[in-house]
Design a protein around this ligand. Structure first.
Ligand code: 13P
Ligand code: SF4
Length: 306
């Protein structure tokens, strides 16, 4: 059944001169049909470099918006228009403008998990892979506003030794993981290395061995000789980890760490998307140009080695 769908996707991709990008949390069959899989930073770089006419973005809305901002000449499609990111919607451009009025000297850094309008109000964008490097690069005498994820914000503040003005946003699929979950997994597998995403809460980050992006996890595991890993992030990451290291064991810290929005993309929806060129992501030109500045600064700063 899947073979027929995959064949159809291949043909449609050729007809449309399309490229398929998929986030590491996508369902296995979706990751398998993608031309490029990766974390938010890797996907943004791919979207800015491709010479395809059409980008089918298998991820959530802010990722497809990022591709549309970076590649204005291309048709960017999100196969399910309801695949959003609740964390991105936790701050509006109006709320950010109010915060900026309270701190008129501050530099604004926004996590890429934000709307195009919020990016347009920000000076720098960042992902979980380069937030620390971006904040480190800012002048020391300037206050810094960091939105919307308080957990990535706290982590970045701790790593850089800077006080950041935070917004109380969070990711439900990550804050559901508890320190107790990690302790339970550790008691069963004491030799396992704990890798946690910076969207996890402080108690989880505290007992993790490494706090890194999903792309960072894939890189770490590839280079590590260890055989067992406890993974504190969305469970979809287990599939590419296992693909990369079939000899290793990956224990999800919590089976509840699921992002329902990431699971909305299916092979059928990719076909419909390519057939009918939907759902097209368009960004008003004034917003796009402002948002692009913050994104351009982001993709220049690569993450440092783990
Ligand atoms: P990364 O893949 O960039 O680590 O981000 C995780 C995430 O939550 C995307 O929504
Ligand atoms: Fe948004 Fe969390 Fe889903 Fe990532 S995992 S897309 S931050 S809700």
């Amino acid at each position: 059944m899947n073979e027929q769908l995959i064949e159809k996707i291949k043909n449609l991709k050729e007809q449309r001169n399309a490229v398929i990008l998929a986030h590491n949390y996508q369902m296995p069959e979706v990751q398998d049909v993608a031309d490029f899989t990766g974390d938010s930073l890797g996907l943004s770089i791919s979207a800015s470099k491709t010479d395809a006419d059409v980008i089918v973005f298998c991820g959530v809305l802010f990722m497809a918006e990022t591709a549309a901002i970076l590649s204005p000449g291309k048709t960017v499609l999100l196969p399910d228009k309801n695949a959003g990111c609740p964390m991105a919607d936790m701050i509006t451009a109006d709320q950010l403008r109010q915060l900026k009025r309270k701190h008129p000297d501050a530099i604004v850094v926004c996590y890429v998990n934000s709307t195009a309008d919020v990016k347009a109000e920000s000076d720098y964008c960042c992902t979980s892979a380069n937030a620390v490097e971006i904040v480190q690069s800012l002048p020391k005498d300037k206050p810094v506003i960091f939105v919307p994820d308080q957990n990535l914000g706290q982590f970045t503040a701790q790593k850089t030794g800077r006080q950041l003005i935070l917004w109380p946003g969070y990711c439900r699929s990550h804050v559901i993981i508890t320190q107790e979950d990690i302790k339970n997994a550790k008691s069963k597998y004491p030799d396992a290395i704990v890798l946690a995403h910076p969207e996890c809460t402080e108690p989880v980050r505290q007992i993790a061995d490494y706090v890194i992006s999903t792309g960072g996890m894939l890189k770490f595991v590839k280079e590590s000789a260890a055989k067992r890993f406890i993974i504190a992030t969305e469970v979809g990451i287990i599939y590419p980890l296992k693909k990369q290291r079939p000899d290793a064991e990956f224990i999800p810290a919590s089976q509840n760490a699921v992002c329902p929005n990431m699971k909305k993309i299916t092979l059928e929806k990719i076909i419909w998307s390519l057939e009918d060129l939907k759902f097209k992501i368009t960004i008003p030109q004034d917003i796009r140009l402002k948002a692009k500045k913050s994104l351009d600064r982001m993709i220049e700063v690569l993450p440092s080695p783990v």
